[in-house]
Design a protein around this ligand. Structure first.
Ligand code: G3P
Length: 237
């Protein structure tokens, strides 16, 4: 399972690259807002360039900021040209429930790599996979695309077992029907317990906020064990 860093914080991304646990980065308008990015698209572009320089060859998801399909397509074309390996995040529907699958299919047809985001259930996930697959039909080179299932948000509404089932059943469906170029990103991870639990769903990747990764490494017993070994090592002198 790949680990993506769910953040645009440069220092945090550098830290997890140095640990060897960063297979990509995901961002969204809220992460940029929390980081104090200003200057609209220009501000986002600059931060994306900085992140992209840290992770050559690895996927970097950048989300569109419009709900209009024509504008989404325009933004996606522009953002995907910012750097190699930019992945365009597009919500599966707009805030009124209108389908964004047409824009998604169109962009895949053009060779843009997409990450269909805010996916909350199995049906949305398989419809997104079909739109991606349909967009790829006539392409000679087939890149991998992503569907982000929001495990944390599903859990908050319907419980952790339901979130687990949505991801597990989507993975089974993708495999059974041989959707080789669609990967599930387990998203909206809240804590280390989520990391352990949702890692067993079969999702291809998990995007994790930096604080949850930091906490995932910690155990009071590990720290206590090291302290004791250090103490005893001194006694050997
Ligand atoms: O990839 C974005 C996603 O992980 C954000 O989730 O629920 O914390 O906004 P959430």
């Amino acid at each position: 399972m790949k680990i993506f860093i769910d953040s645009d914080n440069i220092e945090e991304i550098k830290k997890y690259i140095s640990w060897g646990v960063c297979d990509g980065v995901t961002t969204n308008p809220t992460t940029f807002y929390k980081s104090g990015i200003v200057g609209g698209v220009g501000g986002i572009k600059k931060r994306v360039a900085d992140i992209s320089g840290l992770i050559p060859g690895l996927p970097l998801s950048v989300e569109v900021t419009s709900e209009m399909p024509e504008e989404i397509i325009k933004q996606a074309r522009e953002y995907s040209a910012w750097a190699d390996d930019i992945v365009i995040k597009i919500p599966v529907t707009d805030s009124k429930g209108n389908s964004m699958l047409g824009a998604i299919k169109q962009l895949v047809q053009e060779g843009v790599v997409v990450n269909v985001t805010l996916v909350m259930n199995f049906n949305q996930a398989i419809l997104a996979a079909k739109a991606i697959s349909s967009g790829m039909e006539k392409l000679a080179i087939r890149k991998n695309h992503f569907v982000s299932i929001f495990a944390g948000r599903i859990t908050e509404e319907q419980g952790v077992e339901r979130a687990f089932q949505v991801i597990k059943e989507t993975r089974a469906w993708l495999d059974f029907h041989k959707y080789k170029n669609v990967e599930i990103i387990i998203a909206s991870i809240r804590n280390p317990e989520n990391i352990e639990y949702f890692s067993k769903t079969g999702g291809h990747a998990m995007t994790i906020p930096p604080d949850a990764i930091a906490k995932a490494l910690l155990s009071a017993r590990t720290k206590e064990g090291v302290a004791k070994f250090m103490e005893d090592a001194k006694k050997l002198n």
